[in-house]
Design a protein around this ligand. Structure first.
Ligand SMILES: *Cc1c(COP(=O)(O)O)cnc(C)c1O
Length: 355
């Protein structure tokens, strides 16, 4: 069998949820499990994160799967309904849609469901992606309150820079200034805001990334935040090459040896979810020692430097990210984010679930 696997830890996710809760105060916590739980598997995440107060997903299909798995907590649809035809299912399965566009109010008015819905009314406080303009709040809140299809409203917004130095106040202050007079519950915090800005907590926090053991911040590691990596992508060396000075390795011969050196060929490539744009020098753990990738990542293989690993040979374990090598470190070296690496884990990679 091809030696690659992703080890995914139930205990790490459960631990990370406890960390999230320790920051959440009295706010309730939606575990964000969109994108196949950031690559960790929806069903697995649902078990690991069973203690969450609710789950947040993108699609009706994910929500329906969670209900089939026995989830009885609230389920938030982060982008709401993608058509009026989804209203009835929201009512049947008791899903809470985000309403972020006038079309959603029209749909609910024209096709009210059999029983009214809890909704999250999303305002744009500066990200300029989804949400009603803050300036329209009077008309939007009044209209939403008037709909027989709506049982209750939670106000919502999303931060564009919670992970950066500029932070959240430039969005949070206008949001609260305009909307707090309504006395409605509200929700704003993603992982970064939950970890760093207690003023964002409101009624519901919505952490995703941190539950999987990665840090949203460039300057603070997951370990410093008390988080444990939930996914370890691991493989083995399947061939060893010895390069002479001047010889190159892989497509494009992007890496060339300047002296004789041993190169390990690892069974992991971009079709497994490893980033093809990772350049020479991206860290990898070979036999527990820090090494680096060499040359271009292929579809099914990549190469690592065995210069510091004289004992390593065919069969030696290689950790691409996870335990011993934070996914954040690999992402930074590869010019991407841990979000992208985790989500990109390919379906062909076998998963071993651990405690
Ligand atoms: C994905 C998402 C989150 C979770 O964000 P993290 O940075 O992963 O914690 C929260 N809220 C919304 C609206 C999202 O789309």
């Amino acid at each position: 069998m091809r030696p690659i696997q992703a080890r995914i830890s139930i205990g790490a996710m459960a631990h990370n949820l406890r960390v999230a809760r320790s920051h959440a105060g009295t706010a309730r916590v939606f575990a964000v499990v969109k994108a196949n739980a950031y690559g960790h598997g929806l069903s697995r995440a649902r078990r690991a994160l069973a203690a969450a107060d609710g789950f947040a997903v993108l699609t009706l299909e994910e929500a329906a799967n969670l209900r089939l798995m026995g989830v009885d907590q609230p389920i938030l649809l982060l982008e709401g309904m993608f058509g009026a035809d989804e209203i009835a299912t929201c009512a049947d399965l008791d899903l809470w849609p985000v309403l972020h566009h006038p079309a959603h109010l029209d749909w609910l008015q024209q096709q009210p469901p059999a029983r009214p819905l809890q909704v999250f009314l999303k305002f744009d406080s500066g990200m300029h992606r989804l949400g009603f303009p803050l300036a329209d709040h009077a008309a939007i809140v009044a209209r939403t309150r008037s709909l027989s299809a709506v049982a209750g409203i939670t106000l919502m917004t999303h931060f564009a820079q919670a992970d950066e130095t500029v932070g959240v106040d430039w969005q949070l202050h206008p949001f609260l200034r305009e909307l707090s007079a309504y006395g409605l519950p509200w929700s704003s915090a993603n992982s970064a805001a939950l970890l760093r800005y207690p003023q964002t907590l409101g009624a519901w926090a919505r952490p995703g990334l941190m539950l999987y053991g990665a840090s949203p911040f460039a300057d603070v590691s997951a370990e410093q935040l008390g988080l444990r990596p939930a996914m370890t992508l691991q493989s083995e060396i399947i061939s060893v090459q010895t390069l002479q000075a001047g010889e190159g390795v892989g497509y494009g011969q992007l890496f060339r040896a300047d002296r004789p050196m041993r190169v390990g060929v690892v069974a992991c490539g971009y079709a497994d979810g490893y980033p093809r744009h990772a350049l020479t020098g991206t860290p990898a753990l070979v036999d527990g020692r820090l090494s680096r990738t060499l040359g271009r990542v292929s579809m099914d293989m990549l190469c690592v430097d065995l210069g510091e690993c004289p004992e390593a040979g065919v069969g030696s374990p290689v950790v691409l990210w996870g335990e011993g090598l934070p996914v954040d470190t690999v992402a930074a070296a590869a010019g991407t984010s841990s979000y992208e690496l985790l989500c990109a884990l390919a379906a062909r990679v076998p998963v071993e679930e651990t405690d």
